[in-house]
Design a protein. Sequence first.
Length: 113
Amino acid sequence: MLKQVIVVRKDLNMSCGKIAAQVAHASLEAYLISDEKLRNMWRIEGAKKIVLKVDNLEQLEEIYNRAEAMGIRIVKIVDAGYTELDPGTVTCIGAGPDFEDRLNKVFGSLKLL
């Protein structure tokens, strides 16, 4: 089975709407850089997504680096600063679609948002 994973920073105290927008950015950007064959399979399987959380930027960067080291295609979302956050604030990361067992090696210990 395939899934997509989005990880959000909790220390930014973003509103629900802001979180939703950042998660949407991460989902779309991760999808666009993923393997075309995996994208097609994922959509057929129901496009499973999971949204997780970390406490701060340091934890987010650690997870990002671990995924990148494993060769997982991953994106970092940086806010433009038009609403709640300062320009350049890293809000979340997105990975996949990719195989669940592969993603779980990096993201499996994180808590649901």
